[in-house]
Design a protein around this ligand. Structure first.
Ligand code: PLP
Length: 390
């Protein structure tokens, strides 16, 4: 039918893209400048320095005008050679897409099966690497926060498993939906390439992809033979030294990045992480109060940035989402891949506060009722109790 018009602000409660704060939108609206001029060079040098704490690194961060998928490709083509083995884990839809990409690029992927309800099992990492006596596995690929399932893998334990096996594999981590929202430490956790993007925890529109790169990854890049051109780190890092790029950068998104980093800095990263954990707790209190099932099956792995709600076979999650969109002007995340129609995802990351979340959960509760899902009305008050407690 015809789209209804709505008053007030749209509730964009998908797990990315997230709501872009007005401050960031205003920064993006500045005039586009000469990307080879002195003013741009100054902006770039400042940004390349200020972006490091979000990754927890002192090393280089490459910024691409790309979506997150481009930054994935960059991680692989810069460090690996045709036919090399990589170890990946089926934690959900995005881990599966990353496996597919590695396949298409001509890598030999060992894909450890999973049930889309758990993160990467550190014991499985230890076992596979210990069995790889010849050290044929060149890299381990991990999705930190599986956006399709609401499950966060325990990267420090995965690192420890690699070390315990005494294995030299590189460690690649996709932080596309965790960066700037969940505690993350590229250097301390010994990650070799961290893959990120702009449109989630960084509160920007889509259009920037990131690689944080370790010294070990830079050494691997010297020998890597996968074909690359646009994604090649070398000319970018060279140009970055003087605040330039070997192509036209996304000038206005970089203005936005500068403002978003200021906002994260003002709140303090530790406070940002704590806020996300608390909002996730409130959301889970609502879901349990409704009497519904949370997809994440391991209490150590609940995502601070989104919650996936699993419905019984008798309900169509997409129908519920469309009722909520029409009646309350709120977008929720769809079930992806094998979860299509079975789950809906509540995004609670980026620029939001207690009342944004309260409104979100009120909309979900009313939408479930309108869709004929039998829910206990105690869900919303249980969430408000968590929020009131502070
Ligand atoms: N990895 C994860 C965990 C994601 O959530 C997404 C997108 O949502 C991607 C990769 C792909 O990123 P993009 O859509 O920006 O290319």
């Amino acid at each position: 039918g015809a789209l209804t018009t709505h008053s007030g602000r749209h509730f964009l409660q998908i797990p990315g893209p997230t709501n872009v704060p007005d401050r960031v939108l205003r920064a993006i609206a500045q005039p586009t400048i000469d990307h080879r001029g002195p003013q741009f060079a100054e902006l770039t040098l400042d940004l390349l320095r200020r972006v490091k704490p979000v990754f927890g690194t002192n090393g280089p961060v490459v910024i691409y005008p790309s979506s997150g998928t481009g930054a994935w490709e960059a991680a692989l083509v810069n460090t690996l050679s045709p036919g090399e083995k990589v170890l990946a884990f089926e934690t959900g839809h995005f881990a599966t897409l990353w496996r597919d990409m590695a396949d298409r690029l001509g890598l030999a992927v060992e894909f450890v099966p999973g049930d889309w309800r758990r993160g990467v099992d550190p014991a499985a990492v230890a076992e596979r690497l210990a069995a790889d006596k010849e050290h044929g596995i060149a890299a381990v690929m991990v999705v930190h926060n599986e956006t399709s399932t609401g499950v966060t893998s325990r990267v420090p334990e995965i690192r420890a498993a690699i070390d315990a096996a005494g294995h030299p594999a590189l460690l690649f981590v996709d932080t596309i939906s965790s960066l700037g929202s969940i505690d993350y430490r590229h250097d301390e956790w010994g990650v070799d390439v961290t893959v990120g993007c702009s449109q989630k925890g960084l509160m920007l529109p889509p259009g920037l992809g990131f690689n944080a790169v370790s010294a070990k990854a830079l050494r691997a890049a010297e020998k890597a033979r996968l074909v690359k051109s646009y994604w090649d780190w070398t000319p970018i890092l060279e140009a970055n030294e003087s605040g330039n790029y070997p192509y036209t950068p996304a000038t206005n998104l970089l203005y936005g990045l500068g403002e978003a980093l200021r906002m994260l800095d003002e709140e303090g990263l530790a406070n940002v992480f704590a806020r996300h954990i608390r909002h996730a707790e409130a959301t889970r209190a609502a879901v349990r109060g409704w009497g519904l099932e949370i997809l994440c099956a391991d209490d150590r792995e609940h995502s601070p940035v989104l919650t996936a709600v699993l419905l019984g076979e008798e309900h169509d999650a997409d129908k519920i989402r469309s009722i909520i969109l029409e009646r309350f002007d709120m977008s929720l995340g769809a079930g992806l891949g094998r979860l299509t129609g079975r789950v809906f995802r509540i995004g609670h990351l980026g620029d939001l506060n207690d009342l944004t979340l309260a409104g979100t959960l009120a909309g979900v509760q009313m939408g479930l009722e309108l869709a004929g899902v039998a829910v206990d009305q105690a869900g919303l008050p249980a969430a408000l109790e968590v929020l009131r407690a502070g």
